[in-house]
Structures are given as C-alpha cells and as structure tokens.
Design a protein around this ligand. Structure first.
Ligand code: UDX
Length: 440
C-alpha cells in the first residue's frame, strides 16, 4: 500500500509516521522546504511523546520519506491524505484555502484511480467540495473517490491514540474506496478496532459532534465547579460520583481555567457557523463558546479575590506573579488558545509583573508575550519574590513541588491552583492563602 500525506503539521505527521509504523509506504509532503529538510534530518518540529522514535525508525527502514514535490507524491501513490490546516476565519468558519489548494494539486496530477482522503477537520460538505474541484480540473473521465476519515488524536497522546483508536470513521461513496481504506487500516482491523462506515457528510459531522460534546462536558463541569464555590460543595467528589454513572463516564470531568488548544475552540466555532449557515442556531454550542471565554476571565477574578484586590486599571502595580504552565495542557508545547494567554495578558494589563515557566512551551510562548514577561529556568526560580503563584497547566512535575520551599521563596504565600492539583486542606495547613476551582 502506497500512501501520500499532504501537510506535515500535527495531524499529517502523526498519521504518516504511524501508518509507516504499520508497514505502509508513506510519502509526507509539505510546501515548506525548511520543514521538509529538518524532517529528513530526523528533526521533529513539534513536541509529541514517541513521535521522534517512530519517525526515525521508519525513515531508517525506508517506509517513510519526506518531499516538497506534491506532483510526484500524487502520481506515485494510490491513497492521498489531505492533512493541511483549516484555521478559523474571522467569522468562525473554517478557512479552506489550503484544502482547496491540495485538491487542485491532486487534480492536476491524477494519473489513474486514486482515493483522496480528507483527514483535516473540515466543515460538513467539504468532501463534496473537494470532489467538485477535482472533477472540474481533471474532467469527467478520470476515476477517483473522495473519503472522509476524521482524526481523534489528542496532543501529547497522539501516537498512542493513532495506534489504539476508540474507532475508525470512514465516510465513503464506493465499495472500492472502502476496501482500500480497510487496507490502509489493516493493522487496526486485525486488532479489532471498531470501524464506522458511513457516507461522507456523516463522517464529517461525527468529528464536529464529538469535539463539541467533549468541549461541552468540560464546560459543564467548569460551571458545576463555579456553582460549588457558591454552595460549599466539592467538585472533585461531585465529578467522581457523576462519572460512576456509566451513562456519564468519568473522563473529561476535570474542572479548570477553560479548554484551549487547536481543536475545541476552532471546531466549536466552526460547528456554530455550519449551523448558522444552514439556518439553524446550535444554542448549546454557542453557549459553550461563551462560557469558556468567561471561564478564562473568571480565573483572573478568582486571583484578585484571593489577594483581596479590587479589579481596576493599575490594580496590580508593584506585584509580581509566578505562572507555572503556559501550554494549553500538559505534554505539549502548544500555546494555541491556551487559557494562559488570557490570564497573563489580563494580569499584565492591570500592571502586574510576571515570571513564567513551562517545561516545553517557553519558545512558543514568546510569540504571544514577547519580552513583556520574564521566562524562568525552573519552578523555584519562577516563584522567587513573587506575590502569587498561579498554576495554569497541570504538568506532572508541578504536582511534586516542595511547597514549603516555594512558600519560603515567595514574597507572599498566595496560591491559585487553577488545575486543582494540590489538596486544599494541606495547602492551607502549610500557610498558603489558597484557591482552587470548585473545591472546599
Ligand atoms: C482534542 C480531542 O480530545 C481530540 O479527540 C481531537 O481530535 C482534538 O481535540 P486536544 O486538543 O489534544 O484533543 O486536547 P484534550 O486532551 O482533548 O483537551 C482539550 C482541552 O480541554 C484542554 O485545554 C484541556 O486542558 C481541557 N480539559 C480536558 C479540561 O479542562 N478538563 C478535562 O477534564 C479534559
């Protein structure tokens, strides 16, 4: 089986490397020459546990190659994955210019039957759009199929998610394309991963509905946590007991400063837009988007309340904050739509000085904060002479800090634990003025 993957971003690179790991011959294509040169040397542009080993191994064994030559990659392969970016436009809709370009590149190089697979998260209807673009360029006689095969990879666990998926969704219009896709995923098939075979539009919808539902679940528990604070309940116990109900399930019930990342914010906005442009208002999703924005700001109010400071211009002048964790979640260097962006900017706007440390995201963070914050080498350096410690991302290494030492290094012992990684009673006993999200 010979496969081309257009786009070596997060999804494309993981997909290409993992399919090679399963014995396929994969050519990964990108227009970015520097990126391709780096990949050829085995340098991975993103931080993703396990990916470097898989790339190195499969390059060495000759199953994984990198090129900027889209034409050759299309001509030489039976299956062509489109895994290019679909960023948010200003109105919330997905910007499809890279998908369209990929479709045109494929159309100009069709030299026989091909299966063209949409792997990028694309609005419902994009499969047909790709089909129309290819048809209009390649003509009526050329045979090809378009397939929707959405990914459900989590950053930080993407390799594992690819190798052991909960399900594989294939939206296709011909038996031939379905059979080829089953070949592509033959290793998964043997491992009895469940397959959902459906039409293209349904497959496209599954991806949006899944991500929006997960965003809803996180937002729901965030609101439960907020209410817990008013009524004196402990959200951890509430979530634990809720999760014991098999209909609810225990995952994605951890409250925090709001979801971020490259998927949930973008996909909820896109789903809302898809609904609106079809004459329907997806009220729950619209509310999730709004509540999540408010949750990030609520964290700033929480910090002010902890420190007994009134919200106003210049309120934080002369105060220094330590921020632990900048990435939108642990095990990634991804800063996209991270709650840390809103929180740090709000603190800076009120005149605060900010020290920050993240194990992986410091370089990417510089794009957002420039020289407006101080980038520290470690946790203990970051907390030195600060008035408040704010834990924004729950990296494992932040769970095991010497909190007595932290307290002794700080100017004042204020602790805003926005990921609930410490036991409130222990922190209070240590003398911290402590706040969490929805715990007693
Ligand atoms: C998500 C989906 O899980 C994945 O299937 C999809 O393909 C891409 O989007 P990812 O963005 O990598 O993956 O992160 P995920 O682990 O799902 O977390 C998303 C956000 O929700 C993060 O900001 C995280 O901190 C937050 N979250 C998650 C919570 O606040 N609480 C939870 O209980 C779970």
């Amino acid at each position: 089986m010979r496969i081309a993957v257009i786009g070596t971003g997060y999804v494309g690179l993981v997909t290409g490397a993992c399919l090679a790991e399963f014995g396929m011959f994969v050519t990964c294509v990108d227009i970015d020459e520097k990126k391709i040169e780096r990949l050829k040397r085995g340098e991975i542009p993103i931080y993703e546990p396990g990916l470097d080993d898989i790339v190195a191994k499969n390059v060495k064994e000759g199953r994984l190659t990198f090129t900027t030559n889209t034409a050759e990659a299309v001509k030489n392969n039976l299956v062509v994955f489109i895994a290019v970016g679909t960023p948010s436009s200003d109105d919330g809709s997905a910007d499809l210019r890279y998908v369209d370009q990929a479709a045109r590149d494929i159309a100009q190089n069709l030299n026989g039957y091909k299966v063209i697979v949409n792997k990028s998260t694309v609005p419902v209807g994009t499969g047909q759009r790709v089909k129309n673009i290819i048809r209009s360029i390649a003509g009526e006689k050329v045979r090809f199929d378009v397939v929707s095969n959405p990914e459900f990879l989590r950053e930080g666990a993407a390799v594992n998610d690819f190798l052991r998926p909960d399900r594989i969704v294939i939206g296709a219009e011909s038996e031939e394309a379905i059979a080829i896709m089953k070949d592509v995923y033959s290793a998964h098939y043997l491992n009895e991963a469940p397959f959902v075979i459906t039409n293209i539009e349904t497959a496209e919808m599954i991806k949006y509905a899944s991500n929006a539902f997960l965003a809803l679940k996180v937002t729901f528990i965030n609101e439960v946590a907020n209410l817990c604070e008013y009524v004196g309940a402990d959200v951890h116990k509430v979530a634990k007991a809720m999760g014991m109900d098999g209909r609810i399930g225990p995952k994605f019930l951890h409250p925090g400063p709001g979801y971020g990342g490259s998927c949930f914010p973008k996909d909820t906005r896109a789903l809302s837009y898809i609904a609106r442009s079809n004459g329907y208002t997806f009220q729950i999703v619209d509310t999730v988007i709004k509540v999540n924005e408010e949750q990030k700001l609520r964290m700033v109010d929480k910090i002010l309340k902890l420190m007994n400071i009134e919200k106003k211009d210049g309120a934080l002048k002369g105060l220094r904050f330590a921020i632990l964790g900048l990435a939108f979640k642990p095990n990634t260097d991804d800063m996209r739509e991270s709650p840390s962006i809103t929180i740090v900017n709000e603190l800076l706007n009120m005149g605060a000085e900010v020290n920050a440390f993240d194990p992986e995201a410091m370089e990417n963070a510089k794009e957002f904060f420039g020289d407006r914050i101080c980038y520290c080498k470690g946790e203990y350096e970051a907390v030195k002479d600060t008035d408040c410690l704010v834990i924004v991302t729950e990296w494992n290494q932040f769970r095991k800090l010497d909190m007595e030492k932290i307290k002794s290094l700080m100017r004042r012992a204020n602790l805003a634990d926005l990921r609930n990684i410490y036991e409130p009673s222990k922190m209070k006993a240590l003398g911290f003025n402590y706040t969490s999200v929805g715990r007693l």
